[in-house]
Write a protein that binds this ligand. Structure first.
Ligand code: ATP
Length: 317
């Protein structure tokens, strides 16, 4: 393939980058795959700080392999869940060289994930690790080292918060508790670094301390499933905390996106509220028929089609 195709650089010779932002649960990963089908040279770089680590795929909501539809993903589970944090400057350098590699092969880089401090660290022309740009007294620089097309997927708070709680229940149904039981290490309880910060780990550590996971000959380490009253209560307590902390995370993420926008980052906002209302209607109804189609159609119409238009225009500029 050789050198980059002209439409992947702007007239100041900056690399063009699509950035998909939004709070947790708003459909960023889905949009990235939907865009990839319209822009076949797309490759995705993850910017969710917990999904950088290898492990806890259900707990951290990594997009499952079949849903990636063959689109190449970078920085997704590439860091060992060592007992240390990946720092913003490390992310800046790893994601920076990944973007350069993708563009040098003539492909289109798509940055997708909810960690706004990492996105900021990566994109600004000059990054100072000592400054917290999201603190009250700071200001955000609008000088960026890439030519960015920012797509922000937003969902009205009343709908998103309800959806996030349903999603936690679904994650537990898909094996989150079993995954966390295998990850549990009594010697590390209370250690809050790296992947151990993922929502679900500290909340269920308290539960596992009381109700130790046990070694099953067939299934490895499994959670204690005794159904007594106090176990049930401890489980419900952990579940409540996970839901609260997920909603708090989403609120903080939205706050940071608004700060970046006030700082002059030029976002196009897509409102996926109606999609999520239709999706929840589908989940709550026992009818198997049409609604599945309905939410997908709304998503396509309200989010995918307009973002495809914007990206097309951006690439032609
Ligand atoms: P902060 O400065 O608050 O860490 P940030 O923008 O750098 O913010 P976020 O992506 O908002 O990073 O993550 C903040 C915290 O939210 C993480 O430390 C973790 O506890 C939790 N978190 C974020 N993403 C996930 C995830 N995919 N799964 C589980 N927990 C997550």
């Amino acid at each position: 393939m050789g050198s980059s195709t002209p439409h992947h650089r702007n007239n100041q010779n900056k690399t063009k980058l699509i950035v998909i932002m939004g709070a947790t649960g708003t459909g960023k990963s889905r949009l990235s795959i939907d865009l990839s089908t319209h822009f076949p040279h797309s490759q995705i770089i993850n910017s969710d700080k917990m999904q950088l680590y290898n492990g806890l795929d259900i707990t951290t909501n990594k997009i499952p392999l079949p849903e990636r539809k063959g689109v190449q993903h970078y920085l997704l589970g590439e860091f060992d869940s060592i007992d240390a944090d990946v720092e913003p400057s490390q992310f800046r350098s790893a994601a920076g060289s990944t973007i350069a590699d993708i563009a040098s092969r003539g492909n289109l880089p798509l940055l997708v994930g909810g960690s706004n401090t990492f996105i900021h660290a990566l994109l600004v022309e000059t990054f100072d690790p000592q400054v917290d740009v999201f603190a009250e007294s700071s200001s955000v620089s609008r000088a960026l080292r890439y030519d960015c097309c920012f797509l922000w997927v937003d969902v009205a708070w009343s709908v998103l918060s309800e959806y996030l709680c349903i999603r936690v229940d679904e994650m537990l149904d898909s094996g989150m508790l079993e995954e966390l039981a295998q990850f549990y290490d009594p010697t590390k309880a209370g250690v809050m670094v790296g992947l151990r910060k993922a929502i679900g780990v500290p909340e269920f550590d308290a539960y596992f301390r009381k109700y130790q996971p046990w070694e099953s000959p067939e299934n490895g380490v499994v959670p204690n499933k005794d159904r007594d009253q106090s176990r049930r209560e401890a489980y419900e307590e952990a579940l409540r905390e996970i839901k609260d902390n997920t909603c708090r995370l989403a609120k903080r993420q939205i706050g940071k996106i608004l700060r970046l926008r006030e700082g002059g980052w030029d976002f196009t906002r897509f409102d996926a509220t109606v999609t999520f209302q239709a999706l929840m209607k589908k989940k709550q109804s026992s009818a198997v028929a049409a609604p599945e189609l309905e939410w997908r159609e709304i998503w396509e119409r309200e989010v995918v089609e307009p973002s495809v238009k914007i990206v097309k225009r951006f690439l032609e500029e």
